[in-house]
Design a protein around this ligand. Sequence first.
Ligand SMILES: Nc1ncnc2c1ncn2[C@@H]1O[C@H](COP(=O)(O)OP(=O)(O)OP(=O)(O)O)[C@@H](O)[C@H]1O
Ligand SMILES: Nc1ccn([C@H]2C[C@H](O)[C@@H](COP(=O)(O)O)O2)c(=O)n1
Length: 252
Amino acid sequence: MWRALAQAARGVTVSIDCGPRGFTLTQQLLRHSKGSRHITTSTSSRNHQPPSKYGNMSVEKPKVVFVLGGPGAGKGTQCSKIVDRFQFTHLSAGDLLREERSREGSEFGMLIEDYIRNGKIVPVEVTCSLLENAMKASGKSRFLIDGFPRNQDNLDGWNRQMSEKVDMQFVLFFDCGEDVCVQRCLGRGQSGSGRSDDNMESLKKRIQTYNNDSLPIIKFFEAAGQVKRIDASPDADNVFGEVERVFLASGF
Ligand SMILES: Nc1ncnc2c1ncn2[C@@H]1O[C@H](COP(=O)(O)OP(=O)(O)OP(=O)(O)O)[C@@H](O)[C@H]1O
Ligand SMILES: Nc1ccn([C@H]2C[C@H](O)[C@@H](COP(=O)(O)O)O2)c(=O)n1
């Protein structure tokens, strides 16, 4: 598998080095991506999202908004609200990875669990293929990509595999103090999230990863004038008031 990941870093099509089946990495992940529960799309007719011809690449490129912020900043909460109000499909990199981890027969289940529990970032070849497959399977054309790119490896992999295929609109950055983030994650764990990383031990590692690896990516986008910063500390409805303003001002 590691050879497959290394090969994936050099090109898009990869032979899995793990047995006689001979699937490509993308095919292997794609076979299980349809109808996934991680994809949330607006169902309101007011917000009907035009179908995309992303599959055959013949029309306008899909629009992508990256959604970043610390663990527990409220990215998923706000993405649900954006989906209800605007024409977007929500793809959470973390949810896609958790789903792949739980899929029977997944080559990557143990690797993903190890990375998640230790607050590390899964190699981009896995995450980016899951994202691309989910985009294609949705048939939609506007995406909130939540929790990605989270480090330089994520960004480099995205640039190799996806940047030419989509129009990245902006980065929605939920800025939230560490203490508030920790309390929100612990609260989520106590409410029965079932997440193996909603505990203090994992959170310390996730926060370290966020500070060391994710903040530099946000700063990179900021220097390029692509970040819309939102104060994520007020209650969720007030945060959404700011989010709504950003999307309306951006023509959505
Ligand atoms: N503005 C808010 N005020 C108070 N609680 C909030 C707010 N936004 C979200 N929460 C709560 O905080 C917890 C974390 O929120 P959420 O899952 O949306 O964060 P996240 O940024 O997606 O986290 P992660 O990166 O860990 O997946 C949830 O229990 C959620 O209900
Ligand atoms: N780009 C990503 C996104 C997520 N992960 C892993 C590691 C994270 O701690 C975990 C949970 O993500 P969340 O639901 O908090 O967004 O998933 C990753 O490796 N790469």
